[in-house]
Write a protein that binds this ligand. Sequence first.
Ligand code: SF4
Ligand code: SF4
Length: 137
Amino acid sequence: MTHIITSLCVRDRGCIDVCPVECMIPGQPVNEWPWIYIDPDTCIDCGACVPECPFNAIYPEDEVPSAYTAKGGEVVSNVGLTGHWEGTNHHGGKIVLETTRTLEAGEVIDLTPDIKPNYDFFQGGPGYSAKDIDDGM
Ligand code: SF4
Ligand code: SF4
């Protein structure tokens, strides 16, 4: 099994440094690959990244919620969304996303479609080569 990053990820990079096998890769280009992605073949399911995520975006694959109930104010980021969001990452750098939407309190969303992009990113997508054009966001 693997851990999965979902569309609740806003690229704050709180998780990347704790991964003992360095399998969490920031997607590039950002509008096509808006999250950080976990390589399912390398992840050892240690769980170290989960508590580091302030946005509760990371789950063991078999625990990705199919009915996530929003507290309200969470930002989802995904290909095709058009909302603008800005923040500051774990290292003090600026985050600018143009692929977001803010959830309303009580809204229920299915996060399980977010599983596949973690696989796709490494199988046919940019995978580890995205590190070569990492702009820090
Ligand atoms: S569960 Fe462990 S190995 Fe897998 S991505 Fe998170 S920190 Fe890395
Ligand atoms: S800590 Fe959470 S929001 Fe930040 S990059 Fe990792 S998964 Fe995304």
